[in-house]
Design a protein around this ligand. Sequence first.
Ligand code: PLP
Length: 397
Amino acid sequence: MNKPKDEPGLQTILSHCGRNLEASGGYVNVPPYEGSTIIHDDMDDLFGRVDNHLYGDGTARTYGTDGGPTHEAFYEAMNKLEGGVGTWAFSTGLAGCTIPMMAFLKTGDHMLVTDSVYGPTRQFCEVLLKNFGVEAEFYGPTIGAGIEGLIRPNTRLIYMESPGTHTFEMQDVPAIAAVARRHGVVTMIDNTYATPINFQPLKHGVDVVVHSATKYICGHSDVLMSTVTCNEKTWKQVRAVCKMTGQYASAQSVYLGLRGLHTLKVRLDAVGAHTRKVVDWLLKREEVKKVIWPAYEKDPGYPIYKRDFAGPIGLFAFQFQDYFTDVQINRFMDSLKLFGLGYSWGGFESLILRSYGKRTVGDPKIMRTMIRVYIGLEDPQDMINDLDQAMTKMRDA
Ligand SMILES: Cc1ncc(COP(=O)(O)O)c(C=O)c1O
């Protein structure tokens, strides 16, 4: 569908989003305004703001934890990109994945969580929510509309992540969201992989979208932060939980988040093109059994990727042939010179990991067979040469 003639293109939106020259004193970006105490004009102002919190919409700023002008600029940008009505930022990605769940769950409730969910989010559901009397049931990520069969009278929340960031199964998010709506169940998604550029879940019927902004949004491996963006139906509940639990991301972090948004698409385009070169090379290697990347035309997730996503992401996995031993594979990993052996992704630098983690619906051993690769902004041929020399050492081990 073509956009209306007077609506700016995505690159223009990204370049200008969050701009507020009044709040910034004329600077392009609103600087990091950090503070705790707000001085009120007089008692009418003080009680007016208090009343807004007690009886009104709760948007009046009374204290530093409400966030300041830098937060507002970043939130406005995220709302625009995701098509949401409200955004809140948290001090880590994991906090953004977990805290908003409390807005919808209470003792005796049942929730459905993708088996491919980010490991620490899984742990929160399996341990902490269980302690509070909430039952988390895990579903196979390719279940699609079949999720209807798992919904119970006490199901309150479905938590998706598409694709999971180790095994990369794409989920039929619109189909799952449609089932949830029919049953009055709230849906949440960890959309970190897609970023707000490649997929906007709220436009496909999801209620709450989370991003670990630590990854692509901040984009330089120097910030921990997340965002939650909500639709009209869920925003007040989520905001109330954020405030009641004292969630706050520093002004410096949200400043860097807003700065990251301005270059997000350019970075994604570059990383996507680099990744395609590396994937094409890996596909030709006899040492490699399988490459798992939703943007690869023969990947099982490709039809959904093609339907829902606007472009590729630089995170994927591959498996070595079964005849390579653990020792050989570790030799490969240890021989890499340019790839960093580290958690995370979405920065400017390439990273690699041997995956691990728990699965209760799918094959529990599958994770250990995955080499997870993140391709950054380096020259792709240098990264290919690095993989090549490490494979030579692996064969000789
Ligand atoms: C998909 C996904 N969600 C959430 C997180 C958590 O983000 P953070 O590391 O900022 O806590 C991660 C981190 O790796 C992730 O990959």
